[in-house]
Write a protein that binds this ligand. Sequence first.
Ligand code: CAA
Length: 240
Amino acid sequence: MGRVALVTGGSRGIGAAISKALKEKGYKVAATYAGNDEAAAKFTEETGIKTYKWNAADYEASKAGVAKVEEELGPIEVVVANAGITRDAPFHKMTPEQWKEVIDTNLTGVFNTVHPIWPGMRERKFGRVVVISSVNGQKGQFAQVNYAATKAGDIGIVRSLAQEGARFGITANAVCPGYIATEMVMAVPEKVRESIISGIPAGRLGEPEEIARCVAFLVSDDAEFINGSTISANGAQFFG
Ligand code: CAA
């Protein structure tokens, strides 16, 4: 097939699983990362997937990065806005910096990633946009006022993009992972994590590959009529 796919935060965690799944399906994948050079180099060595370093929170860097990927690989037809961070704190302790960092990366980062790619998708009359939201954007989460706000925002973004893109052959959908076995979830204090797992009817954390398979389907030609949707993959923790 050979379509070019950009995956932000694509060298670690859920993003790495998405990058690999798309490569296996024949896409030419570009994976971005913000800071961890060592992990990115290891990822490229293991998978052969090219990585690009820029901060999704920076519009000019995203624009320049997108231009570079398109120059090297061709027009981006699939974009997976996956890059995300947590700065968890109970609301009374949350600092304006913690609020802003998460908004800048997780929410504005989606704008910064998709905006430079969107005009080309409109021109070519084809595009697939997937935004990685979260169960915590659907249900809220203790100590995540910032993160939950961004992940709820992702759902509004894809519903709106879907309405703008549909007549140009562009779909935009959100995937809401539940708690997945990644570094982000492993950073939650063990006791809190155990109590979260006990509340997941499936009785376990999800695997990154389980999210990657949802994304691979949504970007495929088979998913052409699925537009503005939210797919939950959370072991029945929450239905949204
Ligand atoms: N629900 C209810 N109560 C909770 C809680 C939770 N999930 N997490 C912590 N608390 C309680 C603590 O037990 C503590 O209670 P006591 O005062 O009675 O002891 C109180 O809330 C807060 O304690 P602290 O003031 O000491 O909190 P802190 O400033 O040290 O912050 C924390 C601790 C950051 C909240 C930490 O507990 C934490 O990281 N909690 C997990 C938050 C979480 O689930 N994040 C999700 C990350 S994974 C992710 O985001 C991926 C995804 O999309 C699913």
